[in-house]
Write a protein that binds this ligand. Structure first.
Ligand code: 8IG
Length: 301
């Protein structure tokens, strides 16, 4: 793990107490806070614009080390609007990683090693702040990853699954006011095709976002399955909606870390869930690093 760097010549202003950046204040414009965070990232990393962003959920953190050369790593608490990492297995930093693309050109990837979950109780704005910041930092796409429960016994722990669509059971939205946005092909079929060029046997599934933090009951898992869901989790759908609003192309990839409650022959143990993510880490990290390089090589038409 590289140390958290503060490039010479840039101090480390404390953003944690600035009322202008308080996403909990309805009078504060979350897009202005995202623009401030993007400026802070440009200052701290020395990278004016980033090409694509990754949000790394449980099990996926290894990707950051396999992707390329870390230019800078910044604590999220040094950036406007970000809450400290709360979830087990999450590191509260953002990295700028330099990747050489197929034509030999340098590209810059913004990697969020943690996310804010809805169950932290801060509301939906902090949940989607990374995605809005990525767009403000110049990214044209975002890869959203997560660890999740699987409903299909054929796709057990350790299986990566491309998200084809979602069912949002959080009863909320990151969009505020009468903001009507089409979500057809929210999870880009173009990017899913590129991922399958890297690993042809990748399957797809519908991700169902529950609010958490408790896991589902077996009856809720049966409901999710009958509704067309394949994967159950506590993230990603709200972030994908926010990404569409700011025009980012979205690739969603889940890692099944456990079979969902009732499908699993044993009760869910949070530590076992994390251990399954760790075990799959090197394999799925290498997969995702290759997928990101593929995405960088095939710019959006
Ligand atoms: I890792 O089985 C992980 N996250 N809701 N259900 C929900 N979230 C999860 C699960 C799961 N596993």
């Amino acid at each position: 793990m590289p140390r958290v760097t503060h490039p010479i010549g840039h101090g480390a202003p404390d953003h944690s107490n600035n009322p202008a950046h308080d996403l909990g204040d309805p009078g504060v414009d979350p897009f202005e806070v995202a623009a401030s965070a993007a400026r802070a990232i440009a200052e701290r990393t020395g990278v004016e614009r980033h090409d694509t962003a990754l949000v790394l959920g449980s099990g996926w953190q290894v990707t950051a080390d396999l992707l390329g050369t870390t230019t800078a790593e910044v604590a999220v608490t040094d950036l406007p609007g970000f809450a400290p990492a709360a979830a087990l297995g999450h590191v509260g930093t953002v990295r700028s990683v330099r990747v050489t693309d197929g034509s030999g050109a340098d590209r810059d990837v913004l990697v969020f090693l943690s996310r804010t979950h809805l169950y932290e109780g801060r509301g939906v704005r902090p949940v989607v702040h990374a995605v809005r910041t990525a767009a403000a930092a110049g990214c044209s796409s975002v890869v959203l990853t997560n660890g999740c429960g699987g409903i299909d016994v054929e796709r057990g722990p350790g299986t990566p699954v491309l998200i084809s669509d979602h069912i949002n059971l959080t009863a909320t939205s990151p969009l505020e006011g009468a903001t009507f946005i089409d979500l057809t092909d929210l999870y880009s079929s173009r990017l899913r095709d590129l991922a399958r060029q890297v690993q042809p046997d990748l399957t797809e599934g519908v991700y169902v976002q529950f609010p958490g933090p408790h896991y589902e009951t077996p009856a809720e898992v049966r409901m999710a399955g009958r509704a067309g869901g394949d994967l159950v989790g506590m993230s990603t759908a709200l972030e994908a909606i926010a990404a569409r609003q700011v025009g980012l192309e979205v690739l969603g990839i889940s890692l099944v870390t456990n079979l969902a409650a009732g499908v699993s022959p044993t009760p869910l143990d949070p530590q076992e869930v994390i251990d399954a993510g760790k075990a799959a880490g090197p394999r799925i990290g290498a997969l995702l690093a290759s997928v990101v390089r593929r995405v960088l090589d095939e710019p959006r038409p």
